[in-house]
Design a protein around this ligand. Structure first.
Ligand code: SF4
Ligand code: SF4
Length: 297
């Protein structure tokens, strides 16, 4: 196994042992346990795109308002790929914790909260392009669930916590991050516009919807009308289009068909900008030369 891995939660205090779906863990979390809500009072929850869709819908907010009220940005790597965490109060408690009642959005809680005390690791073998999912066990002193008398497999725990739907709808995004990490300097630091696109397509679904339904986008990509109708209504279809667009923007993969002549038009536009810039620089240089000559005479 290579070092290339992406883990949710980010930089978690995990035990080194790698678990598979068949591995057994001893754990139970329930109302009445002495540590109930202790984990949510020290929340460190990295958000994936489908987590945000579920949470904003649950809270009846648009993505912009959700990000403003409930998310904190961080950088996922040295190239500034943007990540988000759930916002906490000054003591570290999740804002979605409802006092002693527990999680106020339990049915729509994020992936990290579902998996806890497991961590999900997406890893890539050196000789393979395919990612494999493994798990790690997080043992923190405050969590007494490990002392409970219940043994089950990782697969059983994932099913109990409803992880599969979240993994299915976030998987392509994990792959993007893993690919970016594996490629290292070969891909280099993405331009600022690509990082902005990553943020919008991953997290700000309402803004991304406006972007893909715009005349400019339609004029650039040759997609069937049914795709636009679908993304106008459906956040999951929108995420899927976003993942494909990001593969194109970050790695140059030709995933979405571009309209004929768009590339030439773009080069043409850039040529005009380049020529205008060069002309302006030449004029400025000439002006400076003339000014210097005037001053010296
Ligand atoms: S979202 Fe819910 S489960 Fe997750 S940290 Fe917040 S209160 Fe706890
Ligand atoms: S057992 Fe662990 S996961 Fe459950 S409430 Fe206590 S600290 Fe949180």
């Amino acid at each position: 196994m290579s070092d290339d891995k992406f883990d949710i939660p980010f930089k978690s205090p995990t035990l080194p042992a790698m678990l598979t779906a068949d591995s057994k863990i001893r754990f139970s979390c329930h109302k009445g346990i002495s540590c109930f809500n202790a984990c949510c009072r020290q929340a460190d929850v990295t958000l994936a795109p489908y987590d945000i869709v579920r949470l904003k819908d649950r809270l009846g907010m648009d993505s912009e308002a959700f990000l403003h009220k409930h998310a904190v940005p961080f950088e996922m790597d040295h190239d500034g790929v943007p990540g988000l965490k759930l916002k906490t109060d000054d003591q570290g408690a999740c804002l979605l914790l409802d006092g002693e009642n527990g999680c106020s959005v339990y049915e729509d809680r994020p992936t990290v909260c579902r998996y806890y005390p497991l961590g999900l690791l997406s890893m890539r073998q050196k000789e393979s392009a395919e990612a494999v999912e493994q798990y790690s066990l997080i043992k923190e002193d405050h969590c007494k669930g490990h002392e409970e008398d219940r043994e089950l497999t990782v697969a059983e725990y994932r099913e109990e916590q409803g992880c599969a739907e979240f993994d299915d709808l976030n998987r392509e995004w994990y792959r993007l991050i893993l690919k970016k990490k594996s490629a290292g300097p070969a891909v280099g630091r993405p331009p600022k516009t690509s990082l902005q696109l990553f943020f919008m397509a991953s997290y700000n679904t309402d803004m991304f919807r406006k972007f893909v339904l715009s005349e400019n986008f339609r004029a650039s990509y040759d997609l069937p009308e049914s795709t636009f109708e679908e993304v106008a209504q459906d956040d999951v279809a929108l995420l899927d289009l976003g993942y494909r667009l990001l593969r194109q923007a970050l790695f140059g993969e030709k995933v979405l068909p571009e309209r004929q002549g768009v590339w030439e038009k773009r080069v043409g536009e850039r040529k005009e900008i380049w020529e205008a810039r060069t002309k302006a620089e030449q004029e400025k240089w000439q002006e400076e030369q003339e000014k210097r000559m005037r001053e010296s005479t």
